[in-house]
Design a protein around this ligand. Structure first.
Ligand SMILES: NC(=O)c1ccc[n+]([C@@H]2O[C@H](COP(=O)([O-])OP(=O)(O)OC[C@H]3O[C@@H](n4cnc5c(N)ncnc54)[C@H](OP(=O)(O)O)[C@@H]3O)[C@@H](O)[C@H]2O)c1
Length: 253
C-alpha cells in the first residue's frame, strides 16, 4: 500500500496538498491536525481514502498513533509533507513562552521526529517535503524565533537531501513568501504586539503556492520557491549581506 502523510491538513497549504495528492496515485492519505471536524470535512472532499490522526503533532500520543499504524500496515510512504507550522509576530516580551515553545516544537522538533518515523517506510522515488519559508534565507526582526525555526528546517532539509540521494529518496525545502488566504497571518498576529508587520505586499494565494510547490516536490527539486517574490528573496539573500537584507525586509512591513 502506498500512502501520503500530510500534516497541517485542516487548513491552508496542508489542505491544498491533500487535494493535490488525491491525484498522485496513492492508496491512502493520512492526515494530521488538531481540528478533527476540519479533517472529517476534508475526507468527504477527496476520492482517495483518508485516515485521520486528530491531535497535536507535538504530542507523543499523536506520534505514537502514527507509529503504530505504520508498524501494523507496513505501507510505503510515497509522500511525507510537513505543512503544520506557525509563526508569531513580536519583539522580545511580546510573545508568550508557551507560544515560543510551540513554534520550536511544531516547526522544528515535529519536522525531524516525523521524518525519522517515516524514513524506514520510504523507498526509491519517495518524497519528503517540509514547508519552510523565505524567512529561512535571512534573519527577520520581529519574526526572530519564527525565522530561526525556518532556517533550522531549511538546513535540515538540505543536508538530508544529500544523505538520502543514494537511496533515491527526494527531499524538498518549500520556501514560500507571504500567503494571503491561509490562517497563518491571523495566527501570527495573536501576540501582545503584532503591529510590526501591518502590510503583506504581493502576498500569494494558497492554491497557486501549493500547486507550484507540489510540482517541485514531485520533480524532486531540493528547494521550491513558489512565486516571483520567493525566487527574488532567495537570489537577493544569496548576493547581499544579512544586515542589508534585514533592512530591505523592514521596507516591506
Ligand atoms: N501563510 C504564509 O504567509 C506562509 C509563508 C511562508 C511559509 N508558511 C509556512 O507554511 C506552513 C503552512 O502554513 P499555512 O499558511 O497553510 O497556515 P495555516 O492555514 O495556519 O495552517 C497551519 C496548519 O498547521 C496545523 N497546526 C498548527 N499547529 C499544530 C499542532 N500543534 N499540531 C498539529 N497541527 C498543527 C493547523 O491545524 P490545527 O490548527 O487544526 O491543528 C493548520 O492545519 C507553515 O509551516 C508556515 O510556516 C506560511
Amino acid at each position: 500500500m502506498n500512502i501520503a502523510i500530510i500534516t497541517g491538513a485542516s487548513s491552508g497549504l496542508g489542505r491544498e496538498f491533500v487535494y493535490l495528492t488525491d491525484h498522485a496515485g496513492v492508496d491512502e492519505i493520512w492526515v494530521l491536525a488538531r481540528r478533527r471536524d476540519r479533517l472529517e470535512a476534508l475526507k468527504k472532499m477527496v476520492r482517495t481514502p483518508v485516515r485521520i490522526f486528530a491531535g497535536d503533532v507535538t504530542d507523543a500520543m499523536t506520534i505514537d498513533a502514527v507509529r503504530e499504524a505504520l508498524q501494523v500496515q507496513q505501507p510505503v510512504v510515497r509522500f511525507l509533507i510537513h505543512a503544520a507550522g506557525l509563526g508569531k509576530i513580536g519583539s522580545a516580551g511580546d510573545i508568550l513562552p508557551r507560544q515560543i515553545h510551540q513554534m520550536l516544537a511544531v516547526n522544528c522538533e515535529a519536522a525531524v521526529i516525523l521524518t525519522e518515523l517515516c524514513l524506514p517506510f520510504m523507498v526509491m522515488g519517495c518524497h519528503v517535503a517540509h514547508i519552510c519559508s523565505v524567512a529561512a534565507f535571512q534573519p527577520v526582526p520581529y519574526l526572530n524565533v519564527y525565522a530561526a525555526t525556518k532556517a533550522f528546517v531549511y538546513r535540515y532539509c538540505r543536508a538530508l537531501e544529500m544523505e538520502l540521494k543514494p537511496r533515491g529518496i527526494m527531499v524538498t525545502a518549500v520556501c514560500p513568501y507571504w500567503i494571503r488566504d491561509t490562517e497563518f497571518i491571523a495566527v501570527a498576529q495573536e501576540t501582545r504586539n503584532s503591529s510590526y508587520f501591518c502590510h503583506f505586499p504581493f502576498a500569494g494565494k494558497e492554491r497557486d503556492v501549493a500547486a507550484t510547490a507540489f510540482r517541485d516536490i514531485c520533480r524532486g527539486r531540493s528547494v521550491s520557491t513558489p512565486g516571483l517574490m520567493a525566487k527574488l528573496d532567495r537570489i537577493v539573500a544569496k548576493c547581499i549581506p544579512a544586515g542589508i537584507m534585514m533592512r530591505l525586509v523592514q521596507l516591506f512591513r
